[in-house]
Design a binder for this molecule. Sequence first.
Ligand SMILES: C[S@@+](CC[C@H](N)C(=O)[O-])C[C@H]1O[C@@H](n2cnc3c(N)ncnc32)[C@H](O)[C@@H]1O
Length: 230
Amino acid sequence: MEQFWTRDSIDKNKGLIEHLRQYGVIRSNKVAEVMETIDRGLFVPDGIPAYVDTPMQIGYNATISAPHMHAMCLELLENNLQPGMHALDVGSGTGFLTACFAMMVGPQGRAVGVEHIPELLATSIENIQKSQAAQLMKGGSLSVHVGDGRLGWPEFAPYDAIHVGAAAAEIPQPLIDQLKPGGRMVIPVGNLFQDLKVVDKKLDGLISIRTETSVRYVPLTSREAQLRGY
Ligand SMILES: C[S@@+](CC[C@H](N)C(=O)[O-])C[C@H]1O[C@@H](n2cnc3c(N)ncnc32)[C@H](O)[C@@H]1O
């Protein structure tokens, strides 16, 4: 098997996770374990520093989110990323979080990424193929698709967990519809000022929404608007 990672990158990724633990961003052993297993260095373009806690440009007016945001979203969704569960990653970008979701839900589960820039999607497939999640993609429990993520991905709905990696002006109704009773969605909402919302669908179908924190994400928009620079 081709070796894509080096001792140095493994050590740096471990160092990043350790840093996030020390600052209390990561409290869950499971989240630490999955972020150690999925090496961020395999998901950033060449020449871009991978192991610093900041978002980085990946082209096409998109970014890879900062490690502390990845960690926070994984922690918020952890209970809905148990083995066998279904997870949707809207605006999957580099594929990093989709790969983490796939590791958590395992081969009996389903991790689905939707990205609307075909070039980013193609790169995300290459990234995932270099990572520890490659076998899950080969086995079919991890898949990524080109599409407008505001419509979700009905084929594998309903989802126990939905993550949206770009800020929506309003929560798209198809995503609420595709959330399973008992499911949870984490989505940044707003324009210039955004809140990370945690949307829970109770077992009786009632929706509750709370604000976790203030955030700054690129917009969830049309492909044309994004390529124009919004
Ligand atoms: C912050 S970036 C990437 C986040 C990803 N979690 C990561 O860390 O690699 C947000 C992504 O959402 C994508 N995006 C924006 N609007 C979208 C839409 N309507 N449908 C699908 N993807 C969208 C962008 O192209 C971009 O890749």
